[in-house]
Write a protein that binds this ligand. Structure first.
Ligand SMILES: [Cu+2]
Length: 158
């Protein structure tokens, strides 16, 4: 079959598909390289190799910043969160501040909308108020290597 028959309508759809892909890639290229766009929330940067020696990430911890507010400075690394256990009173607002010294990780807390991507070189921030008591799981939801499934923590809201 040297001359396979292709209906005209199929050729038109192929052309539309190819053109859409081309437009998409051009727009993506302009946004990423031309405008230097980054994922949202990554306003500050940090050298991945300096994470363990730069404040506040050299001593990542949960600190109370007001009557109902906390700041959780955390490092997501292969294959753990530091710290990996947090405890707060119900109704607290937690301002998360995270970075990674190695590869891309995630911080996901099921049953909340805490869903953070942690990218080496960037400091990701996210704020959430915990209105319900519970024993929440903290999970890494970006595949980060052989120990990815072991990467978890716990958040107690009492
Ligand atoms: Cu991870």
């Amino acid at each position: 079959m040297s001359h396979a028959y292709m209906p005209r309508s199929e050729k038109i759809w192929l052309a539309i598909g190819g053109f859409s892909l081309f437009v998409f890639l051009v727009v993506l290229g302009i946004l990423a390289f031309g405008m230097g766009m980054n994922p949202p929330g990554h306003m500050r940067t940090i050298a991945p190799e300096a994470v363990h020696t730069t404040s506040p990430f050299q001593e990542p911890k949960l600190v109370q910043t007001g009557p109902n507010t906390y700041k959780a400075t955390m490092v997501a690394q292969m294959f753990s969160f530091v710290p990996n256990e947090l405890s707060i009173p119900v109704g607290s607002t937690v301002h998360f501040e995270l970075t990674s010294p190695d590869v891309v990780h995630g911080l996901f807390i099921p049953n909340t909308n805490v869903n953070i991507m942690v990218i080496p070189g960037h400091i990701t921030e996210f704020t959430y108020t915990f209105h319900s008591k519970g024993d929440y799981l903290i999970l890494c939801h970006e595949y980060c290597g052989a120990g990815h499934h072991l990467m978890m923590g716990r958040l107690l809201v009492q």
